[in-house]
Design a protein around this ligand. Structure first.
Ligand code: NAD
Ligand code: DAU
Length: 339
């Protein structure tokens, strides 16, 4: 079985590559990644010499390059993680989100149609459902919740989801989609809040909390997400959408305070900054379908996962220090300089 994983040099994609090589000795993994600012080849160092792993640097929206890889490698299953993933960047400049997240998805699925696969899996997000109000804790996103997006990022992901379902209905492409809540864990790029707050706290720098920090996210340890996708591609029903989340809702401010506490840093580092435009208030997934149909349940509790994650950032300082010392500095100044 050959699995083509796109975006495997990014956060969740790399964790998925490690998970699959570890759990499935009979699977080969082909990783395709354009190595954008968010892709880091050094993340894959430990598997580069594994005979069951191959890496290709390519843009998923580059039809010629993608067709060539499919022709040469003939994958059985495609799992598409590759995306522009940062909401704030999409607000600054939406265009690349449309190219990669929508056009890239279409090119991959065209390649699947042309060369034949047994499954195309789209890694989507709970953000396609929009947000929920803070005063209705009884409401959750189910697979039937209407698509109702807020940012250019979530709109591009929703567009891709609609295309995936259209390719299933129109061409009979055997697709599945997973819509997961916020992930955290090793190799999370330090523009995202958990690694950003850890890195800033360790450097005694301000911890920039948007608005009043009351927005709620439903955090899931990345390995639990990888296990869910593994189950869906092997046992999930073609044409179906599966929500993935762990009923772990937390306010941003509480997470930042917890990080301060774990690192022994003062809460006075917390700085409230201008809110994100169109900021979604609350995400909360109902994972009943994937539990009922595939037996999936999250295994890592947040209290343990956040400790493991902080330890990982302490033990792997060179990984993130290299990132925040490069081009990232200009990004940080641009995004936070006048906030
Ligand atoms: P990430 O930004 O860390 O990684 C994205 C990867 O995709 C990088 O390695 C990058 O180089 C690669 N990439 C970007 N554009 C590409 C292109 N045109 N061609 C080939 N490769 C390209 O993202 P992530 O947080 O790991 O997210 C992975 C996927 O999971 C995304 O599709 C995202 O929408 C989805 N998702 C993320 C979360 C989360 O909390 N991070 C939650 C739910 C769903
Ligand atoms: O829900 C899944 C989505 O989760 C994924 O699809 C996205 O790729 C991923 O980035 C994430 O999106 P969010 O909308 O939750 O944004 P983000 O991860 O950037 O931030 C999480 C929360 O933290 C959000 O409410 C904004 C806040 N935040 C973020 C940053 C970067 C801050 O308060 N300060 C910050 O500096």
């Amino acid at each position: 079985m050959k699995i083509l994983v796109t975006g495997g040099a990014g956060f969740i994609g790399s964790n998925f590559v490690f998970h699959m090589l570890d759990k499935h000795p009979d699977h080969d993994i082909i990783c395709v990644d354009a190595l954008t600012y968010a892709g880091n080849l050094s993340t894959l160092d430990s598997v580069m010499n594994d005979p069951r792993f191959k890496f290709f640097k390519a843009d998923i929206a580059d039809r010629e390059a993608i067709y060539k890889i499919f022709e040469d490698e003939k994958p059985d299953i495609v799992v598409n993680f590759a995306a522009e993933s940062h909401v704030d960047r999409s607000i600054e400049d939406p265009e690349i989100f449309l190219r990669t997240n929508i056009l890239g998805t279409a090119v991959l699925m065209d390649a699947c149609r042309k060369y034949g696969i047994t499954r195309y899996h789209q890694v989507s997000t709970d953000e396609v459902y929009g947000d929920l109000p803070l005063d209705r804790p009884d409401l959750f996103f189910t697979e039937e919740t209407p698509i109702h997006t807020s940012s250019p990022y979530s709109s591009s992901k929703a567009s891709a989801d609609l295309l995936v379902l259209a390719y299933h209905r129109t061409y009979g492409l055997p697709v599945t989609i997973s819509r997961c809540s916020n992930n955290y864990g090793p190799y999370h790029f330090p523009e995202k809040p958990i690694p950003l707050m850890i890195a800033n706290a360790l450097n005694d720098k301000p911890l920039p909390v948007y608005g009043e920090g009351l927005n709620v996210r439903d955090w899931l340890y990345v390995e639990d997400h990888c296990r869910a996708i593994d189950l869906i591609i092997h046992k999930g029903k073609v044409g179906e959408v599966y929500n993935v989340g762990g009923h772990n809702e937390m306010r941003n401010i509480d997470i930042v305070k917890l990080i301060c506490k774990e690192l022994g840093k003062p809460e006075s580092l917390i700085t409230f900054v201008t809110d994100r435009k169109g900021h979604d208030m609350r995400y909360a997934i109902d994972p009943e379908k994937i539990h009922r149909e595939l037996g999936w349940l999250p295994e890592t509790k947040f209290a343990d996962g956040i400790k493991k994650t902080i330890k990982w950032y302490l033990d792997n300082r060179s990984w993130w220090e290299e990132i925040i010392s490069g081009e990232y500095r200009n990004y940080y100044e641009k995004m936070y300089g006048n906030r």
